[in-house]
Design a protein around this ligand. Sequence first.
Ligand SMILES: Nc1ncnc2c1ncn2[C@@H]1O[C@H](COP(=O)(O)OP(=O)(O)OP(=O)(O)O)[C@@H](O)[C@H]1O
Ligand SMILES: [Mg+2]
Length: 162
Amino acid sequence: MQQRIGQGSWHAHTEEDTIRLAEQLAAWAKPGTMIALDGDLGAGKTRFSQAFAKAIGVNGVVNSPTFTIIKEYMGESLPFYHMDVYRLSMEEADELGLDDYFYGSGVTIVEWASLIKELLPPDRLELFIEHTGEESRRIALTGYGELYADWCEALLKIGASE
Ligand SMILES: Nc1ncnc2c1ncn2[C@@H]1O[C@H](COP(=O)(O)OP(=O)(O)OP(=O)(O)O)[C@@H](O)[C@H]1O
Ligand SMILES: [Mg+2]
């Protein structure tokens, strides 16, 4: 059976609009939630992750995990696994046993996720963040699987989107 795919885009005119998207996704997050982020340097992947972490109740500072690869935090009711795989080869990523995170009790956000596409769970929400101006971003949404396809459709109804 073919996997359902949902698509759309979220137009963030300001940083606040990116934060609103992160907050909405945080409200839906549950164990096993998987969000894959891509986009240029400085697009806002880490900024999105910080807003998401805050919204699920992580206290304190969420830094870019570029050098640490994986950071674990505790939100109000869910662990949060924040990854940046920019510096990893596929082989190194494979050895980390990422499935323990992806299918664990928390929610995972991976920056530069497309670099390890083969290792990602088949069901996931992908966000591709693209600069369209100083503060404006086009965030392309692709939801793979029933749940994430539904999320995409719901996001399109919420706004700052086309
Ligand atoms: N609409 C917006 N959405 C997200 N960030 C924005 C927006 N407008 C401005 N910014 C700023 O852009 C910067 C994005 O930096 P961030 O570290 O999140 O990028 P990144 O995609 O994680 O980059 P890298 O690939 O280097 O990890 C932040 O300084 C943030 O304040
Ligand atoms: Mg980053």
